[in-house]
Structures are given as C-alpha cells and as structure tokens.
Design a binder for this molecule. Sequence first.
Ligand SMILES: [Zn+2]
Length: 318
Amino acid sequence: MNYAAEVEKAERSAGYIGKKLTLPAPQQVAPNVYTVVGSMIWHNPSNFGLNNNLTFMIFKDGVFVFNAGPNPAVAHAFHQQIKQVTDKPVKWVAVENSQGHAYLGASYWVDQGVKNFYSHSVANEDFHKGFKFIKKSWADRVGHEITQTARDVSDKFTIFDQPLSIDVGGNETVQIMNFGPGHTPGSIVVYVPSRNLVLPGDLAYNERMLALFSYTNTFAWAESFKAFKHAMPEDVLVIPGHGQPTTLAKVTTDTLDYLEFLQKEVQQMIKNGGSEADVNKIDQSAYRHRPVYEQTYVQNAAHIYKEITGGDLGQSFE
Ligand SMILES: [Zn+2]
C-alpha cells in the first residue's frame, strides 16, 4: 500500500485527523436537546464553515443528529461535544437540504459507523450531482485542509418523499417531513411531537437575513412555509436553520413575512414600469438590523424580479 492510501485509510478509521476546531458551545434548548448555533455570517475560515445550526437530541436508544456539518473537521469537533454530554452512540443523522453545510460532514459519520442517514430524495440527488462543485466551493471558501476528506456518501442515505416516522425508543418518535420546495428544491423538517420541538432547517430563519440562491423558489417557499406552519402546534419550540432557537411566530415574521413583503414590493415596482436596475430603490431599511443584510438585500430583490419576469437565475453551488 502506498503512503497516500495509508493516510486515507488512517483518516477513514479515525473519521478525521487534523487540527482541532473550537466550535461555539452547545446550548441546551430543552431536556436532552442541544444545539450549536452557527455563525450568522457567511461561511469563511474563521467559522470553519459552521454558519448553520447543528443539533443533537438524546433519546433512549441513542443520539439523533440534525445536519452533518460543513466538513469532517467540524463534524468531528461536534461529535466531541456530544460525547461530553452523553455516552450514548450517535445512531441517526438527518440533513436539512443539499447544501454543503448540511452534507459535507456526512462521510465523517459514515466512518464513525452510523448506519441511519436521512435526506429528502431531491436533496440527496442534488448533493450527489453537485458534489464536486459543492465540495470545491466550500473548500475554497472555508479551507482545503478541513474539507479535503469529505466524500460523497449520498448512497448511504435513506431518501424519502412521504413522511417517515423513526422509533427512537422510550415511546418517542422522530417525524421526518417535507412541506415542499423553497430555499432549496428538497428539504427536511424534523419534528419531535413528544418534546413539542421542530427543526425546520432552512425553511425557517430567525434574525439572519434570507439568502436567495439560484435554486431558491421564493413563491414555493412561501407556500411551503404556510403548510409547515399549519401542521405545527402554535407553541412548538423551533430550532431554525439559521439563528437562535425561538418561536413559530418569530420565524414567521423573519421568513414568511419578509418573503411576502419583498414579493409585493417587486410586483408593485414592475407594475409601475420599473426594470431590474430599479430593485435597489425598494426600501428594505426595516430589515437593515438583520445579519448579512448588506450582502443580500439587493440580490434578494433582483432574484424575485427574475422569478417574476423569467430572467436567468444563474447557477450556485452552496
Ligand atoms: Zn443553509
């Protein structure tokens, strides 16, 4: 066996070998439910790509992890945090969507012997097809050293279209659901009825400004959000895709209300004869306190303008 193969074999059995990353401390949001709230800005070397939320829930039969992490290094660091809280093994890993920060850490969990992976069928296909580009994009933005061992393990995932119910022991179940496309074409909502807790992934944001990518369909997103909201108890605890754990009312304000506000403004502007160049005249200043506002607000309006007028949305591998 040559040296490179030896190294790869050692790395695989360890899951990850390399520098140790310091992640934000996990917050306990409910009994046996912890989340690491990622950076509210873009993925970059200072946050190791951790700019979404990583959650673990301890059940009688093991630990359920939501989001695999943006690379094997972050997944490893997160795993060490889990081990500080419980001796139970990680038994289930679900990913919110096809994005790098949901999926690129998945090969770490495969190497750790986790057998149960869940993703929406469309998300899994999109990640598989885009793997090379997604990995390159995240490695370039975040760091090659911590991203290089990420592999495409989409073949290890249980994919679903219809809701799944997972028996996690102790008379508890985790419901894996989907309410339609939106931020990404395929996504997961993880709902735990026994704990009145939901993890809607990027269907729901708190505080952080929404970022619209080439694959985002904002009109479908608004409909999916409404279906999600309708299905949930009003007082459900929400661990959103971005931002601190919060209420259903708060993610509605920060996600659905913003989408509908901007759609209406762009529609009005088009009615008044405005062109794409005029989108920056739309007054979004009510949202200027939200993280990444400066980097997103004009592009968000332009995206909706193109959705309505049939413009070219481009291509992105996030
Ligand atoms: Zn995301």
